[in-house]
Design a protein around this ligand. Structure first.
Ligand SMILES: Nc1nc2c(ncn2[C@@H]2O[C@H](COP(=O)(O)OP(=O)(O)OP(=O)(O)O)[C@@H](O)[C@H]2O)c(=O)[nH]1
Ligand SMILES: [Mg+2]
Length: 319
């Protein structure tokens, strides 16, 4: 029984069960938090102070580069080192692998009987209020649940994925040979967010070329950053290079701690999260206050009777 000091709120039953390691409670909390309901927010408020211990690692990259296979192999390696692992797979609706939720279950299925591993798939479609927020909240829940590592898989295709990467402490960009990915990486801004590059499918003949190409890009980019992203070649399907990849993850986390960057990044993340929540809350409040008039403004802008700046000013000042 959580009979805390006077004035301290009693822990909810669900959170208590989650903290006791009950997987069903964890799944339920995640669902509620993802829905973004008031109840979800209350659960998150309870869990938030307990988070902040996990190493959060993001895996991003083009569709089909082998992210899920690699996450599974990394999980196995971490389990071998006695660590517990929570996994969040975003965008399992990716059309490229044809129903990847099922695919991920197969690829990550080897961990299904393992109490030290928890896998959560999240659809990117139909999430209310932004994928980045939902993912960030899910990370908080798994972190608070006590997992040593939280691995987040996202398809690196656009801005929202780059935003999700901000939730991670260590971002691994997964490339595969022969996709011209070195160039794509620059386009998608992935070069800036990569702490580690994994050139997966290193069993393909062009792997060395891909790794070299990346190295050259990194040298040209000349980022003002004291960490040079290592490039690790992996064959996820055979678990080759995976121990080395995990070593680099650990090394990066140590670097973040020693350099003070971890605290800096946590602060940037806090600022980002607060901004996101405030922006959404203010917008919702405004929408409620102005009601249907909002749509009138939209129509008037579309008809060029009014510009968006004047419309926003009018909406904000006259509510
Ligand atoms: N040859 C080879 N195939 C691999 C390797 N790693 C993964 N694959 C295969 O590549 C395919 C895609 O792997 P996934 O792990 O689903 O890739 P993903 O990046 O998670 O895909 P999405 O989530 O759909 O973007 C699967 O058929 C894997 O078996 C590897 O190192 N070598
Ligand atoms: Mg995948």
């Amino acid at each position: 029984m959580a009979a805390g000091p006077v004035g301290q709120k009693r822990m909810s039953d669900l959170v208590e069960r989650l903290l006791a390691g009950e997987r069903r409670a964890l799944a339920r909390v995640l669902t509620r938090v993802e829905n973004g309901s008031a109840e979800g927010h209350a659960l998150l408020a309870e869990l938030f102070p307990r988070a902040g211990h996990a190493h959060i690692v993001g895996f991003t990259g083009s569709p089909g580069t082998g992210k899920s296979t690699l996450v599974s192999a990394v999980t196995r390696e971490l389990r071998g080192r006695g660590k517990t692992v929570g996994i969040i797979a975003v965008d399992p609706t990716s059309p490229f692998s044809g129903g990847a939720v099922l695919g991920d279950r197969v690829r990550m299925g080897e961990h299904s009987g393992d109490g030290g591993v928890f896998i959560r798939s999240m659809a990117s479609r139909g999430t209310l209020g932004g994928l980045a927020r939902t993912t960030g909240d899910a990370v908080t829940v798994l972190d608070a649940a006590g997992f040593d590592y939280v691995l987040v898989e996202t398809v690196g295709a656009g801005q929202s994925e780059v935003e999700i990467a901000k939730e991670a402490q260590t971002t691994i960009v997964v490339e595969a040979p022969g996709l011209g990915d070195e160039v794509q990486a620059i386009k998608a801004g992935l070069l800036e967010i990569a702490d580690i590059f994994a050139v997966n499918k290193a069993d393909a003949p062009q792997a060395n070329q891909t790794a070299l190409g990346l190295r050259m890009m990194l040298d040209i980019a000349n980022t003002p950053y004291i960490w040079t992203p290592p490039i690790v070649k992996t064959i996820a399907t055979r678990r080759q290079g995976v121990a080395e990849l995990v070593d680099e993850m650990v090394r990066h986390r140590a670097f973040l701690e020693e350099s003070g960057l971890l605290i800096e990044r946590e602060r940037a993340r806090a600022a980002e999260e607060l901004y996101r929540v405030v922006r959404r809350a203010l917008y919702q409040r405004l929408r409620e206050q102005v009601g249907e008039r909002y749509e009138d403004y939209v129509s008037r802008i579309a008809a060029r009777e009014l510009d968006p700046y004047s419309a926003a000013k009018a909406l904000i000042e006259h509510t």
